[in-house]
Design a protein around this ligand. Structure first.
Ligand SMILES: [Mg+2]
Length: 182
């Protein structure tokens, strides 16, 4: 099976790390974190300053490493398909380099990493790479991908969406689904 997987908030806890650095930045600026996120310039400044750090330090989700390792050892192909853009960070590294290093550090071995994929573009990428199953935390992407006939699981470990089908809340459920549908 060719399995496409989103990265941020699916494999790793990105929102938590963004919030952590948003607090630090806001405090430094004597601002409220919400005011930063609602101001285009401040938001841009914040991400320019911290995005590299966030992607380097973000924590992996429970069971993700071992499930992905098992899926790969059973012959599945793993494609990371993410909206991350390959910009150059403040420290002169590219987002792709940081992402590759992070995956290696967390012992996640994949067949391919595809950046800049969101919404319709993500759906087209899934089709192009003949993805059999996509795992995704963003309901907008879930909808775009499902609509063109590609099976997608909505990964929702914070249980925000509560769909009835195609709904998983942790990595062991992902594995169970794949084993059942081989
Ligand atoms: Mg995501």
């Amino acid at each position: 099976m060719r399995i496409g997987i989103d990265l941020d908030d699916t494999i790793c806890k990105t929102t938590e790390t963004v919030h952590k650095y948003l607090e630090i930045y806001s405090e430094k600026k004597h601002l409220n974190p919400l005011d930063v996120m609602n101001d285009v310039d401040l938001k841009e400044e914040f991400f320019d300053e911290y995005l590299g750090k966030i992607y380097e330090e973000v924590e992996i989700k429970k069971d993700a490493q071992k499930v992905l390792k098992r899926l790969k050892s059973r012959g599945n192909k793993i494609y990371i398909i993410t909206a991350r853009k390959d910009a150059i960070t403040k420290d002169g590294k590219t987002i792709l380099e940081i992402t590759k290093e992070w995956l290696q550090k967390n012992e996640i071995f994949v067949n391919k990493i595809i950046l800049s994929s969101y919404g319709d573009k993500k759906a087209i990428i899934c089709k192009k790479y003949l993805i059999d199953l996509m795992i995704e935390d963003d309901p907008y992407n879930y909808k775009k991908i499902s609509t063109i006939g590609i099976k997608c699981l909505l990964f929702d470990d914070r249980e925000k969406f509560n769909l009835k089908e195609d709904y998983v809340t942790n990595w062991l459920e992902v594995e169970k689904y794949i084993e059942r549908n081989r």
